[in-house]
Design a protein around this ligand. Sequence first.
Ligand code: WT7
Length: 696
Amino acid sequence: MSQNFDSVLNENRVFKPVPATALGFNRWHIDSLEEYKALHAFSINDPAGFWGAEAARLSWFRKWDTVLEWTAPDARWFVGGKLNACYNCVDRHVQAGHGEQTAIVWEGEPVAPRTSHAVAGSKYASEPEIRRLTYRDLQTQTSRLASALKSLGVKKGDVVTIYMPMVPELAIAILACARIGAAHSVIFGGFAPTAISERAIDAESRIIITADGGYRRGDIVPLQKNVEDALALLTNHGHIINHVLVLQRTGHEPPSKRFSTGDTRGSTVMHWWHDAVAQASDACPCVEMDSEDMLFLLYTSGSTGKPKGILHTTGGYLAFVQMTARLAFNLMPDAGQLFWCSADIGWVTGHSYVLYGILMNRVPTLMYEGAPNFPQNDRFWDIIERHRVTQFYTAPTAIRTFMKWGDDLPAKHDMSSLKLLGTVGEPINPEAWIWYQQHIGKGRCPIVDTYWQTETGGHIATPLPGAIPTKPGSCTLPMLGVDAAVVNEQGEVIPANSGGLFVIRKPWPGMLRGIYGNRERFISNYWGRIKDPKTKEPYYFSADGARRDEDGYFWIMGRVDDVIKVSGHLLGTMEVESALVSHPGVAEAAVVGVPHDVKGFAICAFVSLKTHWLKAHSRNPDDSLRQELKEHVAKEVGALARPEHIRFAEALPKTRSGKIMRRLLRDVANGVEKITQDTTTLEDFSVVARLRNDDE
Ligand code: WT7
């Protein structure tokens, strides 16, 4: 399935944990395999005892009455408990006398290349912009913004859409929502206007927080413009956004495009962030939330064209994320740590391990605004060196890119501050794992390969760095409190080293509580396929294929549904297909994943064109049309969905019942047949399709 499947199958190197002090940690939270195993057994046998103790690490306004109420697939955790997420990340630290400690270290992207310091007139300063926010700063600023949101009519339970660059105000916006009990729905800044409007409609959101722009690879991402384009689409759908709040980040819009607070766009009132907070009170207490009140929605791709609003609630998510962050990354306050997760907050990784999990543990978190290759390919190593990052967490696709850029780049930097490295988002091939260990970790740092999903809230399987020996390419063993297994369709655990389906058999606090507004899809997507063979209670199915080896280690093989992981980002094949067929020249489209040495998978789209459209516009199925279709998808969905290959076909191969034969297309895309260079020959699948018709 993955491009390195063979090497994963044959991988048998084992790396044992080293003593904490050898790495400069005070200690490991869990420091032996025996201790991990005993704790894991306890956590599964006595979930109330185990999770009660974890939840007690949070600050509650009212303690829960019952740890768990479970009627599959509905879990209620810490029932009756009252707490607030912003309070747990910010105010409690101020209350405890840590108000002056650094909560966030932020670095902006714009900076001149180091080699051209002397270049006069460079549009960038030689040193990047850096901001440090203490817990007290966060308290004041989240309070002000929260007051401003309240004065715009935002109430507990409302959904606030956030579409922002990686700047501290993004963290402030999220925490301000949590402060007043509004749910945040963050949309990754790389998504297009259509995606914003779809998500705002689905979430019934009436307010959007954005910025005039954000810096990315030296360019400006036109966030405000995208929101304004989305407003037009929303109006067509009869959905009114009452307010748009805009942070001034770039100030790049020409005067003709600028607005003043109070100006309108249709029925929407525009506000500058700085105006809104200028008059806002910094006295805005954290609202008491029920443990099961919604904390956020985060949209993720599924096997239909429509993204799913994954719903997380307050108490369980916070308890799970504070624990997984603490244990997987060995977080400790007051120990000189600086944690850096390079993910954008627009993805769940950023929610859980740029913000919530790290702030709750009172370890400073680093946020970087931009791209890894601006102004040069060693920006990440430069950041690690200058800020003395201690734990670094990134994605396999990034690691493979760094490998391509060469060993000399990390070698140029002093990265001796690093104590631990993490990876997330897709299976990591052993070659990349070893490179990461050697060239970034200098053979010293443990690697934690964390397997999880938007739906799971936090880590499901990962090495605990002081306890679990690692094997390159394996996410090793289940997280404490997580009852994970590899089973067959009947729910039976299968023998070691056979391929099966990854399930979770018992509820865990960080689990999704639903898909917003779509109960049926929640049940059919996650709970409808696999059951406990005896009790018939449904299991949670992650949609990943996996195997377990003789040591019980998990080896994730990748998705078994119609989604593709492109550079670690989940994309529904249907989303891309719908975007393609919305082009006037496209009759039909089918999208499959093809292995790619950096991206993991890339998108290959088979497209059949409307002949009358070709004639009417004197167009040919050629490279210029391929380019146009790629751009069209990028415009409709976002650049991350841009197909790598477009292959034109007379017609798409179908079964007798009319289903597109995806397996055949996948074989063709992955097969020995070369991507056709002949730009005018259409592929004809009729013969192969006839041959295959019976076994689909
Ligand atoms: C899918 C979830 C987890 C946060 C970021 C992605 C794949 C994730 C790993 C890993 C192998 C992994 C799975 C999963 N995945 N981490 N360490 N090893 N596969 O969240 O976008 O919801 O994607 O990412 O296929 O189902 P997501």
